[in-house]
Design a protein around this ligand. Sequence first.
Ligand SMILES: *[C@@H]1O[C@H](CO)[C@@H](O)[C@H](O)[C@H]1NC(C)=O
Ligand SMILES: *[C@@H]1O[C@H](CO)[C@@H](O)[C@H](O)[C@H]1NC(C)=O
Ligand SMILES: *[C@@H]1O[C@H](CO)[C@@H](O)[C@H](O)[C@H]1NC(C)=O
Ligand SMILES: *[C@@H]1O[C@H](CO)[C@@H](O)[C@H](O)[C@H]1NC(C)=O
Ligand SMILES: *[C@@H]1O[C@H](CO)[C@@H](O)[C@H](O)[C@H]1NC(C)=O
Ligand SMILES: *[C@@H]1O[C@H](CO)[C@@H](O)[C@H](O)[C@H]1NC(C)=O
Ligand SMILES: *[C@@H]1O[C@H](CO)[C@@H](O)[C@H](O)[C@H]1NC(C)=O
Ligand SMILES: *[C@@H]1O[C@H](CO)[C@@H](O)[C@H](O)[C@H]1NC(C)=O
Ligand SMILES: *[C@@H]1O[C@H](CO)[C@@H](O)[C@H](O)[C@H]1NC(C)=O
Ligand SMILES: *[C@@H]1O[C@H](CO)[C@@H](O)[C@H](O)[C@H]1NC(C)=O
Ligand SMILES: *[C@@H]1O[C@H](CO)[C@@H](O)[C@H](O)[C@H]1NC(C)=O
Length: 281
Amino acid sequence: MHPALLLLLLASLLHVAAAVGNETSTSGNTSCTPARCGNLTISYPFSLSGVQPVYCGYPVFDLTCDNGTGHAFLRRTFRDHLFRVDNIFYENNSLVAAVQTTFPGDSGCPVPDFNVTSSLSLYPFNISNTTKYLVFVYNCSLPRDVRHELTCANNTMRASISNQWNRMYDPGGPARAVDTVGCQYSVVPVLPWSELRSARDYAGLVRRGFLLEWAAVPGDCAACNASGGECRYDAGAMAFGCFCPSGRLQPATCDLFLPFQFSAALHSSMCSSQAAASSTI
Ligand SMILES: *[C@@H]1O[C@H](CO)[C@@H](O)[C@H](O)[C@H]1NC(C)=O
Ligand SMILES: *[C@@H]1O[C@H](CO)[C@@H](O)[C@H](O)[C@H]1NC(C)=O
Ligand SMILES: *[C@@H]1O[C@H](CO)[C@@H](O)[C@H](O)[C@H]1NC(C)=O
Ligand SMILES: *[C@@H]1O[C@H](CO)[C@@H](O)[C@H](O)[C@H]1NC(C)=O
Ligand SMILES: *[C@@H]1O[C@H](CO)[C@@H](O)[C@H](O)[C@H]1NC(C)=O
Ligand SMILES: *[C@@H]1O[C@H](CO)[C@@H](O)[C@H](O)[C@H]1NC(C)=O
Ligand SMILES: *[C@@H]1O[C@H](CO)[C@@H](O)[C@H](O)[C@H]1NC(C)=O
Ligand SMILES: *[C@@H]1O[C@H](CO)[C@@H](O)[C@H](O)[C@H]1NC(C)=O
Ligand SMILES: *[C@@H]1O[C@H](CO)[C@@H](O)[C@H](O)[C@H]1NC(C)=O
Ligand SMILES: *[C@@H]1O[C@H](CO)[C@@H](O)[C@H](O)[C@H]1NC(C)=O
Ligand SMILES: *[C@@H]1O[C@H](CO)[C@@H](O)[C@H](O)[C@H]1NC(C)=O
């Protein structure tokens, strides 16, 4: 390739990379060193908004930290501080999340009438198949098979644990049709091995959250990390990158042999321009 052409190409790449880097707002910190929020360690595919540059994680896994309580929350939910993240198990792609909101109902018996499945539908999460479900039936003459009745001020409520999402209680499902006309239903996932010994325990089960698994995210972060690199995701290019001690951004690991010098120059120029762009903010 003609040197001038190469320069031109690099210059236009710098331009693109600068626009990407400009999304960051981390007062010049370009490192993806794991961040902390409370006792949670945050690293790829998660990132901590305002602390780590955006390219440290996969965009939907961006978290915010409530510094006051030390709790982390999924950032891209329709309401702020809705899904709290209590634990992340990087080794098996799973996390413990909980809905943090106030529920309607009598003050004594708040009902978590919140559809977790639909509110997480934009996330690449699956509710673990070891999950239990807490089923609420309330505000009606209650079916006999539902245990643990609670006497609330102005309504009745029963709660029970089920192994599955019980289709009985879907809107328009069989339970609706039979002897429970007028009932309201709610189902929330709870942690595996949850048990309801008395109805009053339900609030604790809801608070402890549930287990989610995340579907494969771009890149093999473990392999990149093992080769001494730092995992990154460039949302502009929609590509995983392994940032190496040499200052190069490689497509997979730092061990990779690149056949073309140009390719390496391209990656390193993208990185350094990204670093330069974010350090000017
Ligand atoms: C970021 O880029 C946008 C357009 O791409 C520009 O309007 C804005 O001024 C830039 N912000 C900073 C802080 O450079
Ligand atoms: C950058 O952030 C990491 C945590 O993500 C922190 O350990 C490091 O000290 C920060 N560096 C600077 C220069 O602020
Ligand atoms: C939390 O604290 C970190 C560092 O102490 C700071 O960078 C960040 O902006 C704070 N976040 C909020 C939401 O206040
Ligand atoms: C943080 O501490 C809380 C309360 O002690 C605990 O429930 C949670 O599992 C801990 N999380 C991590 C990541 O250690
Ligand atoms: C992942 O590992 C953690 C800790 O060993 C465990 O508590 C959790 O249940 C595991 N997740 C899945 C989906 O099996
Ligand atoms: C039960 O029904 C009453 C009257 O329709 C309503 O005011 C109340 O909010 C309902 N309770 C719950 C928990 O939804
Ligand atoms: C129960 O209903 C009565 C009358 O409808 C109302 O005044 C009272 O505030 C209700 N109590 C609760 C806890 O909702
Ligand atoms: C929750 O939302 C999912 C997906 O939108 C739907 O299939 C399910 O029936 C809903 N469950 C309840 C109890 O409303
Ligand atoms: C859950 O899924 C795993 C595979 O992902 C499977 O091996 C296991 O048998 C399933 N467990 C249940 C209870 O369905
Ligand atoms: C989530 O569920 C979908 C469909 O049931 C399945 O194709 C996918 O492999 C699951 N992902 C994980 C991480 O279990
Ligand atoms: C990468 O490796 C370091 C140790 O070399 C470890 O502290 C860190 O947690 C690892 N990060 C990920 C995302 O696995």
